[in-house]
Unconditional design. Sequence first.
Length: 264
Amino acid sequence: MAATAATPESRLGTLTAEHSVHGAATPSFDGGRRAVLLRTERLLLAPVAESDLEELFALHANPLAFADDLTEPLTDREQMRWVLQQWIRAWQEHGTGYLTVRPTAAGSVRGRTADDGTAAGAMPGTADDDTAAGTAAADTAARAVARTAPDNAAAGALTTRDPLLGVVGLTPLTFEGRHVLSAYWRLDPAVTGRGIATEAARAVLADPRLGARDQKVIAVTAAGNRPSLALAARLGFLRSEQEAPGGRTGDVLLVRRPEDEAGT
């Protein structure tokens, strides 16, 4: 349970993104436009919103969600409120950001899979999450999804308020003079081992509107966070010898190249 491309929420302000992701559609929170909504076989991903505050705080205040991370869990709801405002602002300014992860239906995420870990955060305000080596079926579904849910179906799914399973996403920032995306994921420890983080993160990385196909994506995690490192490897991240952003001793930098550079 940890973080990747992550820096503690307390340091989020020093790593705010400065550049937009070209081609990404900016969601509207006033109902005037359709927001970026992703649906996989088992999951519904939606941009974080004010209404998610209590569940997000519960997740980020849970010590078990940080068991493999160097980041400390939050202790004050106002900390989460401030971080959430930064996350919402990222969507408004850049058209990409963090998304809540919820089941598409009750019971849709039952059952455990092998090698599911926890932890991986993201740079511009991160947290760690767990990851999981999903089943072959889950992996296949994740590669095929990353599509926008129809307005009516998405609206219906969101109003049911299925429980929060975690948070994943990408935030733009400048690293060593280049525009990159910082990946983040953190999962509720109660649902680790079910391939949820893998399925959700793959959907985010595959969606063309969120920029990962065209830009380098980085992640930062603790060197000893084996679950997070395993998840990152499944997502195509490679360990870099460069110093991890944030300057925290014990963190490592992970890099995922855009498709054109990776030759895919």
